[in-house]
Structure formats: C-alpha cells, structure tokens
Unconditional design. Structure first.
Length: 188
C-alpha cells in the first residue's frame, strides 16, 4: 500500500542521487554536441535499469557472497564521495569521453543510473516498502523526462550560477544521506 510520507522520502532520496539538475551542464553540453537528446529513450532505459536492479540486486549480491550491510556501506561511501564532488567541485569519478552512444551511454547509464543510484535502490529496499520505491522511481523518471525535454529552456533560465547552486545543495543532501546509511548499517 502506498504511503505518502515513504513515497516522498524515496522520491527525494532518488532525486538527490540521480541529481538530474546537477547533471544539467553535462546534458546541455551533450545536446550541443550531438544536436538532440532522445529524452524518451534515455528515460525508458534508465527506468528499466532501476527496476531490474531493484528486483535482482539482492540476487546479484548472493551470487558474489555479499551481505546487504556490506553493500549498503559501500553504497554509503559512494554516495558520500558523490556528495563531496558536488559540494567541493572536485572530480573523483570520471566518465569515459571516448564512448559516444548518446542517450544510452553516458546519459541513461551511468549519468542517471550509476553506482550511486543502484546502491541507493538496494538501501531503499531495506528501509521502504516496494510500492513506495516504485512510485518514487516513476516520479523521478517523470521529472528526468521533463528536464531532458526542456534542457535548452533550463539552460537559458538557470545560467551557470543557478546550476552550481543546485549542485551544491544536492551535494549536502547526499552527504547527509550517506551518513544516515552508514549509521544504519554499521555493526560495531
């Protein structure tokens, strides 16, 4: 059964991790370089990746003999580093500039659904009910689609300073989420 508070929490957590607004400069650059962003294709592939990992992520862990707490702690570390990147304006994770397949790579994967999103989905699965997680995924995909479709307009309205402010705000949110996940999964 859907719970508004849980759905809102999941939606905000995924929104911060996916960081579509923080990725806006990359999306704008890609649109300039390739001429067009295939918003529908990128959103659909991102959604499929998230839902498949949501349901099969636990099985993948079992295949490698990993427990959820270890994976959640690794995910918390990744989310923490992503937050540090956003807040400090440094680059820890680097994309491969040689891959040029447009809306799928690097947009849908790993920009929208990367390691942070995957680990977050498994962490969310342990803390929230499945219908609320699915609703949060769908709400985020709708927002992702709208942002991708309107990237040109957003570029004109936000400007460089506005985009940087959003990136830093969501970076602090990611740091807080990482600390919460770490605290919840540490066994001392």
């Amino acid at each position: 059964m859907l719970d508004f508070k849980q759905t809102l929490s999941v939606t905000l957590i995924l929104f911060a991790v996916i960081d579509i607004m923080g990725s806006l400069p990359i999306i704008i650059d890609m649109r300039r370089r390739e001429g067009v962003i295939e918003s529908e294709k990128a959103t659909l592939v991102a959604g499929i990746l998230m839902i498949v990992f949501l349901f099969l992520g636990q099985e993948i862990l079992k295949l490698f003999g990993l427990d959820f707490q270890s994976f959640a702690l690794a995910g918390a570390l990744i989310i923490f580093l992503m937050g540090m990147e956003m807040v400090l304006g440094i680059h820890i994770f680097h994309a491969n500039p040689e891959i040029k397949s447009g809306s799928i790579v690097p947009l849908a994967f790993p920009l929208l659904v990367g390691a942070g999103t995957m680990t977050t989905l498994l962490s969310l699965r342990a803390a929230y009910s499945l219908p609320n997680i699915l609703a949060g995924i769908i709400l985020n995909l709708i927002f992702v689609y709208v942002v991708l479709k309107s990237s040109g307009w957003l570029e004109r309205k936000l400007g460089t300073a506005g985009t940087e402010i959003l990136r830093k705000v969501f970076g602090v949110i990611l740091l807080a989420i990482a600390i919460k996940l770490f605290k919840a999964n540490i066994n001392i």
